[in-house]
Design a protein around this ligand. Structure first.
Ligand code: HEM
Length: 127
């Protein structure tokens, strides 16, 4: 079977919708809201760039911001296991809302679970 680049599978428009809904969910989440800026416009713009390259599309994030170093970029924020879980729930709900399903969604979400766990830098009880 022909290999399809995940970014081509989801497409720019659906990815953009996914990220917008994701940050709408983040803004309502009591664990996440306090560590994010009030205005999430720039955060969403960067996340769209990052997810584009994470899914095999053009390297938009690196072109503008350099090497991703995602764990290092998250080090100023207390990322607890509970926050990783909350982040993933916001994403799962956004995936429901844009109608992502099937093997594509499962693979994408599995990768995000691994990346989210990799970002954890603070135990739940030290927050
Ligand atoms: C930035 C939290 C997981 C990708 C940020 C910021 C926060 C944050 C607070 C800064 C926002 C800003 O100042 O604009 C979290 C939490 C996570 C998590 C609590 C839970 C595990 C992830 C994952 C990815 C990711 C799994 C990628 C798959 C990014 C990107 C940025 C970012 C691309 C922008 C970096 C930059 O400013 O250059 N995150 N994040 N994050 N996060 Fe996360």
């Amino acid at each position: 079977r022909k290999f399809v680049i995940p970014y081509e599978q989801i497409g720019e428009e659906k990815l953009s919708q996914l990220i917008d809904i994701f940050y709408k969910n983040v803004a309502k989440n009591p664990l996440l809201k306090p560590i994010f800026p009030d205005d999430l416009t720039e955060t969403a713009r960067k996340q769209k760039q990052f997810q584009t390259q994470y899914l095999g599309g053009p390297n938009l994030f690196s072109q503008e911001h350099g090497h991703p170093m995602m764990r290092a970029r998250h080090s100023p924020f207390p990322i607890t296991p509970a926050r990783a879980q909350a982040w993933l729930e916001c994403m799962s709900e956004a995936m429901d809302e844009v109608g992502l399903e099937g093997p594509f969604r499962e693979e994408y979400f599995k990768r995000l679970v691994m990346t989210a766990h990799h970002m954890v830098n603070t135990p739940d009880d030290e927050e």
